[in-house]
Write a protein that binds this ligand. Structure first.
Ligand code: SIN
Length: 532
């Protein structure tokens, strides 16, 4: 089967849905999403979306905070574009129906998070992402030009070079092969413009607060298609996820520290003052490393986050979701500190894009967490990611709409997916085992503190698993588990290769072999490209 549309959007979080809404009045849009439409990282985002909305704040201050958090690897021109586009992006969201929390005087309530020098985070209590996803899903469902394909997972991008068996530079994207998970059929989706909005890759680590869908599919597909990938060594570990055997790394928003919570040892001693002058509101890389150090020094399984001094009424009103969730695990955060540990949270690198979100494959865009725009540098400033998603959706939409005018009327012919001599698998245990091995290996050897020896060991294991996957992949019909496994193996490899390449410590990449920041040799992005 073949489905064609003007725009193919892969992923249904804030970036993908915003893009779809921006282009849908002009052309047809297919959104493919591998579970239900709202199973996205956006939906789980708690803290909020950063933008300059207060008279006590300024674009320059937001730019400075982003540059400092990013350890000066962020591209200042990009930071300026995103920050200055912030207020318009917020108004777009409000126009699509998003309701942000307001003060009694009808102004928007602004919270603080680590690394921000001012209150500038718009939020919907502690469920900002849920509210944004709700509004955007309602808007795309109501648009007659948008078709949503749930339970559809992209296998690979289709490039003109592949379709025509020619070497092309630059190559052009023609769409994607997509598995309909319910019918097991591989469908050819052809499109003038393909947009990767697939989010991040937290599932490559054993402990992550990302949803199950975060398997790095967009980065892996773009890499296989020949696009440049950047800065994969910069994996952000969120300092505070709930430590509980059944909680599956539930996030305790940084906004809790923004509103006064203090990190403490088991004996009640606050410790962040000995790591950074901003104490509990230091940038995330510093706080995560401090917690890692505390746990190792004192042999503890977790540290504790204490906000009891703010009083029960305030806590229940400001953080209803966190309060209820903690309570369901037997922890009353109004009366006792919350046990917390760091977990993989955000991919700062990704598919390298230009200022309009286009990759180095023509008509292939990447927006949101899947991309590396230059905004986050070596460490993302909290709540800059939802902002980046909306701003780049707008920029990518304007570039594609400009180009739609001179699109070719017909699509080049694309060969249908060929399953060759594949058969049904009788060894699915291999897939499950390899998944587990990659995630453990990444957690143990490629985590918050790295060394060349551990990275090299990880690379050896990942290469072996990749060989097994390559055999397995071609012998059996594709399944969504197998597609995701192949993708997380590619992501693991890219993270380790980038980490080995960077011979310094900067932002989220800390290695005991090169503990200093080296601006002379390493103040640049780490780039990876598959050679054909
Ligand atoms: C949080 O609520 O702590 C997450 C915010 C973010 O990652 O930007």
């Amino acid at each position: 089967m073949k489905i064609t549309s003007d725009f193919l959007v892969i992923g249904s979080g804030i970036a993908g849905l915003s893009y779809a809404l921006k282009v849908a009045d002009t052309g047809t849009v297919s959104i493919i999403t591998k579970r239900t439409i709202s199973e996205t990282a956006t939906n789980l985002a708690q803290g909020g979306i950063a933008s300059v909305f207060s008279t006590q704040d300024s674009f320059d201050a937001h730019i400075r905070d982003t540059m400092v958090a990013g350890a000066f690897l962020s591209h200042e021109d990009i930071v300026r574009i995103v920050v200055e586009s912030g207020p318009q992006a917020i108004h777009d969201l409000i126009d699509w129906g998003v309701q942000f929390t307001k003060n009694a005087d009808d102004t928007y309530a602004l919270t603080r998070e680590g690394g921000h020098s001012a209150r500038r985070i718009l939020h919907s209590k502690d469920m900002t992402g849920f509210e944004i996803e709700r509004a955007l899903v309602a808007a795309v469902r109501a648009h007659p030009n948008i078709t949503i394909h749930e339970n559809h997972i992209a296998i690979d991008l289709i490039s003109q070079a592949k379709a025509t068996h020619r070497r092309l530079k630059p190559d052009r994207c023609l769409g994607a092969y997509v598995l309909d998970i319910d019918s097991n059929e591989v469908i050819t989706f052809g499109a003038h413009f393909t947009v990767l909005a697939t989010g991040g890759s937290g599932k490559v680590y054993l402990y992550t607060c990302n949803p199950d869908v975060a398997t790095g599919d967009g980065v892996a597909m773009a890499y296989r298609a020949g696009a440049t990938i950047a800065n994969m060594e910069f994996i952000q570990f969120h300092p505070t996820t709930l430590f509980h055997p059944h909680a599956k790394s539930f996030l305790i928003s940084e906004a809790v520290r923004g509103e006064g919570a203090i990190l403490k040892r088991r004996d009640g001693t606050a410790f962040m003052a000995s790591y950074h002058e901003l104490k509990d509101l230091a940038p995330r890389d510093i706080v995560a490393r401090a917690i890692d150090n505390e746990m190792k020094t004192y042999g503890d399984d977790c540290v504790f986050l204490d906000i009891t001094h703010r009083g029960a009424d305030y806590i229940k009103d400001r953080f209803p979701n966190i309060y209820e969730t903690c309570l369901s695990y037997g922890i009353d955060m109004t009366k006792e500190p919350i046990p917390v540990v760091p977990a993989a949270h955000y991919l700062c690198g990704g598919v390298k894009i230009d200022t309009f979100g286009e990759t180095d494959i023509q008509n292939l865009f990447a927006i949101g967490e899947v991309s590396c725009s230059g905004l986050h540098g070596a460490n993302r400033l909290a709540s800059n990611s939802l902002l980046e998603g909306v701003v780049y959706a707008d920029r990518a939409a304007s570039r594609s709409l400009e180009r739609l005018a001179d699109k070719q009327a017909d699509f080049p012919s694309i060969e249908a997916w060929d399953s060759g001599s594949a058969t049904d698998s009788d060894e699915e245990v291999v897939v499950a085992h390899n998944w587990d091995e990659i995630r453990r290996c990444m957690w143990n050897y490629v985590g918050i503190v790295r060394s060349t020896k551990r990275l090299t060991r990880a690379l050896r294991r990942i290469k072996m698993i990749q060989e097994e996957i390559a055999d397995y992949y071609w012998d059996f019909y594709v399944t969504s588990d197998l597609i995701e496994l192949r993708n997380i193996a590619t992501i693991a490899e890219l993270i380790v290769l980038c980490a080995l390449e960077r011979k310094e410590s900067r932002g989220l990449h800390y290695t005991i072999d090169y503990p200093e920041t080296d601006d002379i040799h390493w103040k640049h992005d780490t780039l990876m490209r598959k050679e054909f």
